[in-house]
Ligand binder design. Structure first.
Ligand SMILES: NC(=O)c1ccc[n+]([C@@H]2O[C@H](COP(=O)([O-])OP(=O)(O)OC[C@H]3O[C@@H](n4cnc5c(N)ncnc54)[C@H](OP(=O)(O)O)[C@@H]3O)[C@@H](O)[C@H]2O)c1
Length: 360
């Protein structure tokens, strides 16, 4: 590990691309000396985005045996090889697709444990490390034990912040959730992706006997890091839209709550956006116009007109929207800073506060 603070991102896809942009444009304020990124496949069509990343100050890294191919396609010369970049990195952030983060952990990261402060993987890498979502379980992060962190999926962030905000006591302890049910209405794909679009809604199966889909399973494990075990179940359906994921929720509580208190809790939470809108396209469009790289960085966007408290105050139901991947991006940067600046990481993260819109 170099004496400088170097953050290395592996993967330049849907999550990697904006992450590299956020880190390199804000690196001074965040206290990062250098941002490096690894691109695996030499593709002419990706050259433009790599050029922009380099212009923003990030350093391009590729496997030594791919260097010639990248150069032939007119890419800038890489600044480091894969192994050199890992050798000098302070924190490594893996943004690769399902299973690759685990492969990279075995193949590379375990070998650089002695000189790297931390490794972070994304939503698909269940079991990579301590599960984390900003605002849901910050207090579970342990400096002595946690060198590997898995930032949970964007939708799991949404479940997490609802449970924490509406199911906790005044001290933030989640002790008022009897059970909770969720229906995730997922966009077919991201606007940056051209595969997997759907002609019509497609219902998902309930592959997990206990939790339904991975979303409730992941939220269960997220709160288990705090010693809390919740009764959760989720279903998912993919919609033929590229806008935001939408979420229907139903929380059954042990002790009643009033609608005024529910609204107050949502309105006052710094990582929750509220809106009087009910259409995903309008919220998405707000993010495109006012967000950072088009992203809203809160954990959820709660649609106030849809929220009701029923059954004598013991049930809260309503709709909210998952702010694209903005919540995963904020948690990833938070975990990165937690590794590097244990004492003031929250303060450094406040550079993104203005993109955590309270109202949309
Ligand atoms: N998409 C979202 O909205 C979203 C939201 C939250 C969390 N996540 C999570 O973020 C992670 C990445 O998802 P994504 O949607 O960003 O994926 P993606 O768009 O498919 O991008 C994956 C990237 O990983 C690279 N890659 C693939 N195999 C690799 C390997 N063996 N070694 C090094 N790099 C490799 C690819 O590089 P090349 O292109 O150069 O081959 C590509 O840049 C997943 O865990 C996902 O669950 C995604």
């Amino acid at each position: 590990m170099s004496a400088a603070k170097i953050v290395h991102v592996v993967g330049t896809g849907t999550i990697g691309e904006p992450l590299i942009g956020l880190l390199s444009t804000q690196k001074k304020k965040l206290g990062i000396d250098e941002v490096t990124f690894h691109k695996k496949t030499p593709l002419l069509s990706d050259r433009s985005k790599i050029n922009v990343m380099i212009e923003q100050g990030a350093k391009f890294v590729c496997d030594a045996d791919k260097k010639e191919e990248f150069l032939k396609l007119g890419y800038h010369a890489p600044s480091y090889s894969t192994l050199d970049a890992l050798e000098q990195a302070t924190v490594v952030i893996d943004c690769t697709p399902t299973g690759v983060g685990h492969e990279n952990k075995q193949k590379y990261y375990e070998k650089f444990k002695h000189n790297t402060l931390g490794f972070i993987a994304q939503g698909s890498e269940f079991g990579f490390g301590k599960m984390y979502a900003k605002g849901s379980n910050d207090e579970a992060l342990d400096r002595e034990k946690d060198q590997f962190i898995q930032v949970v999926s964007c939708n799991t962030h949404n479940l997490g912040i609802l449970l924490k905000t509406l199911g906790s006591d005044a001290h933030g302890v989640i002790n008022n959730v009897q059970e909770a049910r969720f229906v995730l209405m997922r966009r077919a794909n991201d606007v940056s992706q051209d595969k997997s679009f759907l002609p019509a809604p497609q219902a998902g199966t309930h592959e997990d006997e206990r939790f339904g889909t991975h979303h409730a399973r992941d939220a269960y494990h997220l709160f288990k890091t705090l010693g809390v075990e919740l009764n959760l179940y989720s279903s998912a359906i993919k919609l033929n839209t590229q806008y935001m994921h939408s979420l229907w929720f139903n929380l059954r509580l042990k002790k009643p709550i009033t609608k005024d208190e529910v609204v107050q809790r949502l309105v006052e939470h710094p990582l929750v956006s509220v809106t009087h809108k009910r259409a995903a396209n309008l919220i998405f469009s707000f993010g495109r116009d006012h967000g950072y790289f088009g992203r809203i960085l809160t954990q959820t966007v709660a649609s106030l007109p849809t929220i009701e408290v029923i059954h004598g105050g013991k049930e809260i139901t309503g709709f909210c929207f998952t702010p694209q991947d903005g919540n995963s991006l904020l948690s990833t940067i938070s975990a990165t800073l937690w590794f590097m600046y244990p004492n003031d990481y929250e303060e450094r993260l406040s550079v993104f506060k203005r993109y955590c819109f309270q109202e949309i």
